[in-house]
Structures are given as structure tokens and as C-alpha cells.
Write a protein that binds this ligand. Sequence first.
Ligand code: GLN
Length: 201
Amino acid sequence: MTIGVLALQGDVREHLNALTDSGAQARPVRRTEELDAVDALVIPGGESTTMSNLAVSFGLLDPIRKRIADGMPVYGSCAGMIMLATTVLDGRADQESFAGIEMTVRRNAFGRQVDSFEAPVAIDGIAGGDFHAVFIRAPWVEEIGPAARALGRVTAGPAAGRIVAVQQGNLLATAFHPELTGDLRVHRHFVQMVSSAADDR
Ligand code: GLN
């Protein structure tokens, strides 16, 4: 089982390390042949408009959409969450996404003056207490469709109650960056999703 990290832009190395530390084989994906060789994909944090441009110019937009439609497990953090959303608010007009999870996300939602902050987040189905979550110019989720499940919410502070983790089938997204904090629980959860998806085949 090999998990790719979309390596067009963003914090690729941190995700590769978190996946390896969670017991998975991980490698960067930049080309369609590399996409074909992985069982699952992580879309890192970074900048979603730039990632959208690069996905188009590297010819990866449609191949990734197709793999998602075929059931490939994907986890997106922050900009990766935006890339997985069907609807993006406060995005650039021509911004593209892989549109896998039925949800509306708002870019830079926590306020432009707060570039980065930390807040506790509870995630359904992940034991061990609240995440000490790091948000960097993060989106939040304003609405989810019937197929999607709100998995995690901020539990305290001004953003309390906001949805910041969502799962829909084999797709997982967080507005925060577990790859930056050394807390491997989200990556382990994803690796588990990838193994179950492989068992189902
Ligand atoms: N604000 C960025 C965007 O809109 C996301 C930030 C991040 O990934 N840390 O793409």
C-alpha cells in the first residue's frame, strides 16, 4: 500500500514524514504516471489557487477527479481541504477543485488579521482527547451535503462550534495541519481508511 502526496506546492515533506511515521509507504506525486502508481493521495496545505493552477498545468486535475470517482482514498489538509470541496467561497473566480466532498468551504475564514492560531478540536472516532490544532490562514466549513459527515469541531475559543474536519466515504479533510504538530492520530486514521478501502476491493 503506497500513499502519494501531491507535490505541486505546499508542505509536502511534512506529510511524507507523518505518513512514514504512521507506518505507510509514502512518495511524492507530480506526474500522472506517479498518480497511477499510488493507492491513495494526500493533498497538503499550501495555497489553493496556486495548487489549482499547477494541477491544471501538470495535467493532474481530471486524472485526480477520476481516481476520486473510482474510490481512491484522499486526505486534504487546509489548502487540501479547499481542493476537495465542491464549493469554495472567497476563492478566485477561476479556481478549480477536485470537488470530491459535498461541502462549502470559506477560504481564510477565521479572519485575515489572524494569520495563524491554535485551538482545541474534537474528532469523532479518534480517541485520545482534543487535538491541539494549528490553523494557518485556514478555511472553515460552512455547509455539508447529505453524503458528508462533520467529523471535527473547534471546542473552545472564538471559533467554537466551527466544523473543521469532514469525511465522506473514502475522503477526509481537515482545516488544520496535523502534519506540523507531531500528533499522528489523523494520519493514522487515514492510513486505516486506506487499508479498509484496500480490503473492500
Ligand atoms: N489560505 C490558503 C488557501 O486559500 C490555505 C492555507 C493553508 O493551506 N495553510 O489556499
